[in-house]
Design a protein around this ligand. Sequence first.
Ligand code: KG4
Ligand code: ZN
Length: 332
Amino acid sequence: MKDILCLGIETSCDETSVSVVKNGREVFSNIISSQIEIHKKYGGVVPEIASRNHIENINVVIQEALEQANVTFKDIDVISVTYGPGLVGALLVGVSVAKGLAYALKKPLVGVHHIHGHIAANYIAHTQLEPPFISLVISGGHTHLVNVKGYNEFEILGKTRDDAVGEAFDKIARVIGLEYPGGPKVDKLAKQGDITYKFPRTYFDNLDFSFSGIKTAVLNTVNNSKDIKVEDVCVSFEEAVSEVLVTNSIKALQQNNCDKLVLAGGVAANSYIKEKLENALNEKGYKLYYPPNVLCTDNAAMIASAGYYKYISGKQDTLDLNAIANLKIGER
Ligand code: KG4
Ligand code: ZN
């Protein structure tokens, strides 16, 4: 089969990213222009500011991605872009640019679900990995257990009923005075702490999650006592979250007779969660996969990979592709 070069575009939140990926697995370039410094002073992403920055950055990032890959527009076979879920104004920048490129260059256009992209990051990191497997998606906006039955076939097994894990990380980080995004800073501090606080774990009789109870318990602990040890709070929080993630992931593997768990999303960068999952899964003879940190958080290489698999399955989008802020996993 002829090689296929896919240009990926990701603008769903606060990273403007463009990538060139060969055959869904080989990254030629993956340029990520982060707006974190801009949003930091507001304590979180300001949607309007994110959209404006995407507009300012996108052309430069595209050029850089082509240059680093040592290709021109002519060499690109497919244009893929995140069209949801995310901030609608931010998504629209990527979608509009992708449609413009597809039209001007007469290339096929493929809209990609952001979370299908996060899962596909693992195809880049583990070149032999193929579905079926169970994916634990943990990001700023999602906490989902997904049965990945094929490259383009997803079944949701469980999801959070309130906060996403990353959201809980960012909120507790904020209350202990850490800058946005707090997840990586909690990760670092936790390494110096001891598990001295017992925070609640929430379970349901299915594979759903809930993190608002843990979050509130942490916030109350921090607000109600004068001499808290921040490092201990961080690691106690991670321990509570990990326990729930491990328990539900193992249940999902058992119920679906599967032995592969694939981590995806920004929180998959968390060292404590990875270690806990790794140990628990090893004990049961299951295998854990996760991408390197740069492919855990938002990037366009994962979108180009997912776009490639959608394209080779025969799916394409037309120029009426629109941004969908609340696109559901598994929808096309
Ligand atoms: O996947 P992502 O880049 O964006 C979304 O699609 O939401 O995930 C961002 C989330 C943020 O909540 C951030 O705090 C969290 O991932 N995160 C981490 C770590 N690195 C990023 N959380 C815990 N530990 C980390 N090392
Ligand atoms: Zn993401």
